[in-house]
Write a protein of this length. Structure first.
Length: 321
């Protein structure tokens, strides 16, 4: 975004905030995983779980709950819970409250505290470390514990040894010759890099460079905006606009929202640690389009912040081969 456009965008944003400062919202998001090995932590064997109800609750000094909201995880195991205004949720927590009866929710892991990642212009965003559900027993493919708990030994009264007549010594085979040593096992090749697990966030300028087209994984530049974002976006931008064309938008708040929404959608497929998953990106863009001009500006600002890595996460693109 050029400096004149940045100045224009921020000036409009400040104007809307001054006019409508009484309205605000705060979002809490996170993911629920099935802890298949019951080791109490995320591992390669765990997967996101659908249909689990998550409760975000706040309590006073006496332990009485003063505020509470619930939401159900989607097919990707994600949940997003909104609060009106900008309450201080730093002392609140998220926990699993119920489920649809899946086999991996016999027991639930501990509650997790909320962590503030962004607060600006009456908008707040909190994230929660992964919540865990567990099956009744660990899966058979899980690695065994290196320090297994020994089974309890029950003392038994010894029986008297029976008296048997003397027998001839047992027959023994002659010693076998020593076998030659086995050849050493070949060394395994190193694990390939897994960039999808790394934290990275790239602005729209990087996604439009020809040397970065190999990072378009889930969609291609000619995919229609209406196919990805649905009928609300089609009503605003038409049915023929492509993602590549949407990345060129500038000068208009709605075009800026679409450009940053497409960028966030691409980033969500490029990094598991991106703040928004693809479903949440689509939801937020449609919520912005169905709201006021202020909602369009605030949603675009959230996407810009996420696409810039909040000033902490770099863009890790390298030129495609």
């Amino acid at each position: 975004m050029d400096w004149p456009e940045k100045f224009f965008f921020v000036a409009i944003l400040v104007l809307f905030v001054a006019i409508d400062a009484a309205q605000a919202n705060t979002m809490v998001s996170g993911t629920v995983f099935c802890d298949q090995c019951k080791d109490g932590e995320r591992s390669l064997f765990d997967y996101p779980i659908y249909g689990v109800k998550v409760q975000v609750a706040c309590s006073d000094s006496n332990g009485q709950i003063t505020m509470s909201r619930e939401e159900t995880t989607n097919w990707f195991g994600n949940y997003a819970i909104g609060f009106d205004g900008t309450p201080d949720l730093s002392g609140c927590y998220a926990q699993i409250s119920s489920s649809t009866g899946s086999g991996c929710v016999v027991s639930a892991g501990p509650a997790q505290s909320l962590r503030l990642v962004f607060r600006m212009f009456d908008v707040g965003m909190y994230v929660v470390d992964s919540l865990l559900t567990q099956p009744a027993q660990p899966m058979s493919f899980c690695p065994k514990s290196s320090n297994p708990v020994p089974a309890p030994v029950t003392p038994v009264n010894p029986l008297p040894k029976p008296v048997t007549p003397a027998s001839p010594p047992p027959f023994r085979l002659p010693p076998m010759p020593r076998l030659p040593p086995l050849p050493p096992l070949p060394s395994l090749p190193p694990m390939p890099p897994m960039p999808f697990l790394e934290a990275t966030a790239c602005p729209h300028q990087q996604w439009t460079l020809p040397e970065h087209k190999c990072y378009w994984r889930a969609v291609n530049p000619n995919t229609k905006v209406a196919v990805i974002f649905g009928p609300v976006a089609a009503g605003r931008y038409g049915t023929d606009l492509t993602l590549w064309q949407g990345l060129q938008g500038r000068g208009d708040p709605y075009r800026t929202l679409l450009r940053e929404g497409i960028t966030a959608f691409l980033n969500s497929y490029n990094s598991l640690q991106f703040p928004y998953n693809s479903i949440v990106v689509v939801q937020h863009l449609n919520w912005g389009l169905m709201g006021s001009n202020r909602n369009v500006l605030l949603t675009g600002l959230r996407f810009i912040r996420a696409n810039s890595g909040y000033g902490k996460v770099p863009c890790k693109f390298t030129a495609c081969k």
